[in-house]
Write a new protein. Sequence first.
Length: 98
Amino acid sequence: MKPNILIGPDDQVIRKKGVVYRILDGQILLLRPGDPRPFRLNETGTRLWQMMERPARVADLIRRVADRYRIDTDRAAPDVAAFLADLMERRLITKETS
């Protein structure tokens, strides 16, 4: 499923209140209130989730993923943006408004 939400590099994202998570074997399992289906994050998703404890600028998240995997930000950007859009569609994160 391709997300319908657009995320820009200057947007700030943060975890949505009420989302419960647990760390299991180095990965995070997310559960949104009212949704019985858990959502598991891989290692990269787990790192991104941890960085979104406070408002995080999308460009900074992209840069950190690119640095971690030693790739260009242009290569990391589409995957990070798609992942964040997916989390937004699942109502697990939200854009921070100024």
